[in-house]
Each structure stands twice: as C-alpha cells, then as structure tokens.
Write a protein that binds this ligand. Structure first.
Ligand SMILES: *Cc1c(COP(=O)(O)O)cnc(C)c1O
Length: 426
C-alpha cells in the first residue's frame, strides 16, 4: 500500500478563474442542469441527502395524477408499477458491477443489512461471530448487535480500523462467519480496498457484507471484480432518490440457491399473485423483497438512478478527486492554525468523495458555514463533514467553500451565540 502523502502540493491550487475554466471544460458540466439546486447555494451534503433531479417532480406528478388518481389499482399493470422495483434494481446493478438478478430494491439500508447478515450466518452454521469495525455507522452496529442478541448464540466482535487496514486476515478467525464493513467511512471518508479485504475474508472462510451507502454514485464500485458476497446501499445519498428513498441489497449469484431471507413476505414469493399458503422464495435477489414496494418513493428513486446511470463512472471519480484535492489544497495552509485536523486520507485510493475536518467547535462552525450558503453537516462529537457530489458540484464551488470556511475562521464569525443552538438533525 502506498504511504499517504504529508500534504498536497500547494502549487497545484488553481486560481478561481482557472477553476471556472476547468468547469467550462468539464465533460460532466451539463449534468448540473439536470438537478434543481437553489441558486447561490453550495451544497456539500449530497452524502446525507442527495439533490433533487429536475425531472423528479413531474415524474411524481404523473404517478399521482395519471397513476393513482386516474388508473387507481389498474396502475400496477397499466403504469408498470409492478415492474418498477426490478427495473430500478437492474439500473443500480449497472452502477455496482452486478447482474440485474443479483440486486433487489426494497426497505431501508438497515433492514437489508439485517436480512443479509442473517443469511450469511446461516451460510456459515459452524461459526459464531460477526466482525465489524468499531467506528462503523451506528445503524450497522445496532443491526449486528441486535441480530447476535436475537439468535442468542452469536456474538459481535468489533475491531480497530488500523489493524483491519494493515492486515485484514489478522482480525478474522475460524469462528468468523461474516465480516461487515462500510466501503467508505461515513465519518472520515476513508475508503477500504474492497477486493483485498474480501479476498482476505474468503481465505479465512468468512463471508463479507459491504455497505455502499457512501460509495454508489460517488466512487467506482465493482462487486463482481471484488468477488463480493453481499452488499447493501442507500437510495437517498449519491443516488439522489429523495428523503427516505428505498435502499438496495446485493446477493452474488453463487449464494442464490442456498440463501434464505429471514423476512419472507409475499413480494419475495416466487408467485405472489398465486396466493398460495406456503412460501416459495422468488429466484435470485428478488426474495429480498418483502412487502408491497412504496411506489411514490420508488418513482422518485427511479428518477435519481436513471440520471446517475447515464453518467461515466470514471469521469465522476476523476471529478470527485479533483474537487476534494482542490478543497484540501486550499485549506491545508491554515487548517492547523485554526484548530482543524484533516481526517480524510490524502492518498486517492483511500479516499471516498468527502472531506472531513475535526474541530472542537465543529458544530458552530458548521452552522456559520450554512448561514453563508455552504451546506455541510456535523457528525458528533467533533466533525465537520463536507460531501462533494461530483455529478452537480463545480470546481468553483470547492474553491468558494474553502474561501468561506477560511473567512469565518479568520474573522471569528462562527463564535456568534446563535450558532450554538443544537437542532435535532445535525
Ligand atoms: C446513511 C447510512 C445508512 C442509512 O441507513 P438507513 O436504514 O437508510 O437509515 C446505513 N449505513 C451507512 C454506512 C450509512 O452511511
């Protein structure tokens, strides 16, 4: 593994005019127009709630007025609602290096993680532990904790990231049934080497469930190339599917015959409309569907996924790295002086699509930045998190965001008492 650089060469920092020129030459520049972004706003929170595609309201209107309002129940056939979840699943499959029958769109990331961890435990009946990283996203920890408590015979073991990155095989043993990890860390934006860790787990006889919440739509994901077993991911972050959008679940073909979801419902049945009293799972990942899909949410998700599916993944990655490099390089000269610590790795192969800065006063700083039109978020206890969605952000946005952050630190703007008020959602 390459050693992280100590810093980014400040001489690569372009002027604002040069950033505008980079935007003019950007092959993804026109994609921004496909989003309904409020003018003047610099939106660096697409890793919490992705921006709204401009096409979404009309597609929802159509589903409401023509579908629900006019066709009523006939819209399941007439408007294609019955085929919508598989269609969106196939489009997501194309974004993550999967086959259409390996992906289901359903429920939330949390619920899908529960299903896949339970499946994985059953596939390794002689082994008793789930292993994860101590800093994994809380819902992932809660789901794994609760599942092991629920079976009563399994346990959750958490390991430190440094050891995992250093030598993944060393954190696993003959009792490890499944390793579950976020591909990109929600706090720091650090990215795991999916293929390397998956191979190490397989060598130990363990399965892996990857959480792609901060990956899909922002960094290249190739589950087939990584030989992944299972994965879950989120519809409302870089896929721009809308608040609370349905999530997705991936199950590699080699597990289709053996896997059995712990949540059997009629939409995961082989023939839901045969209304048989006994459950026969549908083929492939479809058995991961459980109940009736939320059509209005799926219509919005489809608009986001259709937009992202049309974009060149390599171009997105290049732009994401260019934006985060630019932001980091502009901030680096004064970060330490103003009490910040950069948490995001400088090495490209270890970086997702965000920049995270640790600061003892991250909350009021984040609020002050929001008041100046730069929307980032705060992750307790002390992280200012700035997501760079490459589909709709420009180089000038990264340049201006760094400038405004420097400005509020220089003049102490963030110290105003009004920025101390805590809100429910951070
Ligand atoms: C956002 C996120 C989730 C979200 O889970 P939901 O069930 O959709 O609320 C899960 N895992 C990770 C790593 C996330 O970043």
């Amino acid at each position: 593994m390459s050693k992280p650089q100590a810093s980014i060469d400040p001489s690569i920092v372009p002027s604002r005019e040069a950033c505008a020129a980079l935007d003019a030459a950007d092959p993804l520049a026109s994609v921004r127009e496909a989003f309904a972004l409020p003018p003047g706003l610099i939106y660096l929170d697409g890793n919490s709630l992705g921006a709204m595609p401009a096409a979404t309201p009309a597609r929802l209107q159509q589903a409401l007025q023509d579908g629900w309002g006019r066709q009523l129940v006939g819209a399941w056939n007439g408007a294609g609602w019955i085929g919508l979840a598989p269609r969106v699943a196939a489009a997501i499959a194309g974004l993550i290096g999967a086959q259409p029958d390996e992906v289901a769109v359903a429920d939330s990331t949390s619920v899908n993680l529960f299903k896949l961890l339970a499946i994985a435990l059953r596939l390794r009946p002689q082994r008793r532990s789930i292993v994860t990283e101590s800093g994994n996203f809380p819902t992932d920890l809660y789901v794994a904790q609760n599942l092991t408590g629920w079976t009563g015979t399994h346990r959750l073991r958490t390991v430190e990231r440094a050891q995992l990155v250093e030598d993944p095989a060393s954190v696993l043993d003959d009792d490890t049934a499944v390793l579950t990890l976020s591909h990109v860390d929600y706090r720091s934006g650090a990215m795991h080497d999916m293929a390397r860790i998956t191979a190490a787990a397989h060598a130990r006889g363990a399965l892996v469930v990857w959480d792609l919440a901060h990956s899909t739509g922002a960094v290249p994901v190739d589950l087939a190339a990584a030989n992944a077993d299972f994965a879950v991911g989120c519809g409302y972050k870089y896929l721009n599917g809308g608040p609370g959008a349905p999530a997705y679940a991936y199950m590699a073909r080699r597990w289709h015959a053996e896997a059995r979801s712990p949540l059997a419902g009629w939409f995961g049945h082989h023939e839901p409309f045969a209304f048989r009293p006994d459950y026969t799972p549908a083929a492939g990942a479809t058995q991961l569907q459980c109940g009736t899909p939320p059509i209005l949410s799926l219509v919005a998700l489809a608009a986001g996924v259709d937009l992202m599916a049309g974009l060149d993944a390599a171009a997105l990655r290049r732009k994401s790295l260019a934006l985060t490099d630019l932001f980091i390089a502009r901030c680096q000269p004064w970060l330490a002086e103003h009490g910040f610590e950069l948490l995001t790795p400088l090495a490209h192969e270890q970086r997702g699509s965000q920049v995270s800065l640790r600061h003892a006063r991250a909350w009021p700083i984040c609020q002050a930045l929001i008041e100046l039109g730069v929307i980032g978020d705060f992750r307790a206890p002390d992280i200012l998190r700035l997501g760079f969605a490459p589909a709709y952000l420009r180089h000038v946005d990264a340049w201006d965001a760094a400038e405004r952050l420097h400005q509020i630190m220089r003049d102490g703007f963030w110290q105003d008492a009004r920025f101390e008020t805590r809100r429910q959602v951070t």
